[in-house]
Design a protein around this ligand. Structure first.
Ligand code: NAP
Length: 277
């Protein structure tokens, strides 16, 4: 690639038209006066490898990866970061100058940075964290919470075996709770995280009884469509500190943008407004 070529990045998934990442990265490129473009790339499963292997020659310096390819892209990478291996999924690819592909996962970073920004008084030593869900996003959240030093995680999922698998992979700081018992452990929590898709526009509403939520507990939802889910609304009414899921999306993009375009952007009000536009 010649030095004066305009760097390209994008987000690969299917469907991907709804993604807020192009608005976000395009905003950062614009406010920092950087050359570059970020585009959504909807790829059929059979074409995934061909597309990814062709991208560097087209000027791509990397891309984000979203549903349903976060696991599949790992097999195309020459190097995978430890955290992506532990999570079992990658949301970021970096195309290196030597032609190799590195896969990373910045979702856990995005989660914890959003939590720190939205609930600055929360500390890992405050007590137990209740994590609802055991899908791909839950694995990133559990990795981030363990890394931050949370000493006990109560993990609950409709399909219990997925939660058991996370316990097996991440170790003994996790206690698996039956999904039907989820409402009963909320009062023990210093932090409650919804990593399920419940409450998302077009998905079923979360039905867990929320009356156990205590004043001062930090409650965060990974769902950001709508921004205020029923969980966050009821948590706010109960006097909890609430953090919406949009910030996780914004923060996970920071290290990606830095690697691809060479500048570390801020997540500020302008960034949020751009992503919501
Ligand atoms: P996933 O791997 O498909 O996992 C989905 C999770 O939701 C599983 O725990 C699943 O339970 C649970 N679930 C789905 N339908 C349910 C129902 N009717 N009742 C009970 N549980 C149900 O998806 P993911 O990648 O982890 O993503 C989960 C959510 O996080 C999505 O809404 C996604 O948009 C959001 N997310 C947000 C960000 C962000 O930056 N804010 C980043 C990543 C993901 P089972 O195991 O029983 O199916």
């Amino acid at each position: 690639m010649t030095e004066d070529r305009i760097p390209l990045a994008g987000v690969i998934g299917s469907p991907v038209a709804h993604s807020r990442s192009p608005k976000l990265h395009t905003y950062w490129l614009s406010v920092h006066g950087l050359r570059g473009h970020f585009i959504p790339i909807d790829v059929a499963s059979d074409d995934l490898e061909t597309v990814i292997r062709t991208m560097p020659a087209m000027g791509f310096v990397g891309c984000n990866v979203t549903i349903p390819y976060k696991e599949k892209v790992m097999s195309l990478a020459d190097q995978i970061t430890d955290r992506a291996i532990l999570i079992g999924a990658a949301n970021t690819l970096i195309f290196r100058r030597d032609g190799t592909i590195m896969a990373d996962n910045t979702d856990g970073y995005g989660f914890i940075e959003n939590l720190r920004q939205g609930a600055p008084n929360w500390s890992a030593s405050d007590g137990k964290a209740v994590v609802l869900g055991a899908g791909g996003a839950a694995r990133a959240v559990v990795a981030a919470l363990a890394d931050a030093g949370v000493s006990e995680i109560l993990l609950t999922n409709r399909t219990r075996v997925r939660a058991e698998k996370i316990k097996e992979d991440f170790g003994m700081r996790i206690q698996v709770i039956d999904w039907v018992q989820a409402g009963n452990v909320l009062e023990e929590a210093a932090l409650v995280v919804n990593t399920t898709s419940l409450g998302m526009t077009g998905k079923p509403e979360m039905r867990i009884p929320l009356d156990g939520l205590q004043k001062g507990t930090v409650v965060t939802d990974l769902v950001y469509e709508p921004l205020q889910t029923r969980l966050l609304r009821e948590a706010e009414e109960a006097g909890c500190v609430t953090v919406d899921g949009l910030g996780m999306l914004l923060h996970q993009a920071v290290p990606c943008f830095e690697r691809w375009f060479g500048l570390r952007p801020e997540v500020d009000a302008g960034t949020r407004a751009a992503a919501l536009r």
